[in-house]
Design a protein around this ligand. Structure first.
Ligand code: ZN
Length: 196
């Protein structure tokens, strides 16, 4: 949704297609760290593999790595399968619940770029994050400060990358928003502590 708004602005402002989403200036120092290829157990069994991490400040790499681990725990659980199979989705791209489950548990590489949101993103649009089709999850550190929040964001944005959409930010029955809801339900069922 925000991608669409940005694209609209880009068109209005006459920028070419090569212009990326405006980078939000941050006053905080950032360091870039090359991610280890597989920080979190077996690649073969991971649903989500952490790729490049950019724009992070102290402590965020650990938070992101923990989030990928949480996302994998949830996506690999029987509880996740059960929830996906029984949930009513809209904007399914013609897929059955079984198709959605299969798609969501196919292995995906997730690159994460942290940013600090603009006034509009933080206070008006409440943009926790977004993706723009380049395999990167952009995460707004104004909202995303814990692994649990990051894991939920990753699952939402990964569903976009797998082709699911919401027609507007309030389509809570769409696959991406249902993924946030299912993440909460399943993490409670399998005992993931929300404070992490
Ligand atoms: Zn979304």
């Amino acid at each position: 949704m925000f991608k669409r708004i940005f694209n609209w602005f880009k068109r209005k402002l006459g920028f070419g297609a090569v212009v990326s989403i405006p980078k939000v200036p941050t006053t905080e120092p950032t360091i870039e760290v090359a991610a280890p290829t597989n920080p979190l157990g077996s690649v073969a069994t991971s649903k989500v593999i952490l790729g490049n991490v950019q724009g992070i400040i102290a402590g965020e790499y650990k938070m992101i790595a923990e989030a990928v681990e949480l996302a994998n725990k949830v996506l690999s659980s029987q509880e996740f399968k059960d929830e996906v199979l029984k949930t009513r989705f809209t904007s399914t791209e013609g897929m059955t619940n079984a198709d959605i489950f299969k798609k969501m548990t196919e292995q995906a590489i997730v690159n994460v770029t942290m940013f600090y949101g603009s006034y509009m993103q933080n206070f008006v649009w409440k943009t926790q994050g977004y993706e723009q089709g380049d395999g990167v999850v952009y995460a707004n550190r104004y909202f995303i400060t814990k692994a649990h929040e990051m894991a939920s964001l990753i699952i939402h944005e990964v569903s976009h990358q797998k082709g699911f959409h919401h027609v507007h930010a309030g389509e809570y029955t769409s696959v991406p928003y249902r993924m946030n809801e299912i993440f909460e339900t399943v993490s409670e069922q399998i005992g993931i502590n929300e404070s992490v």
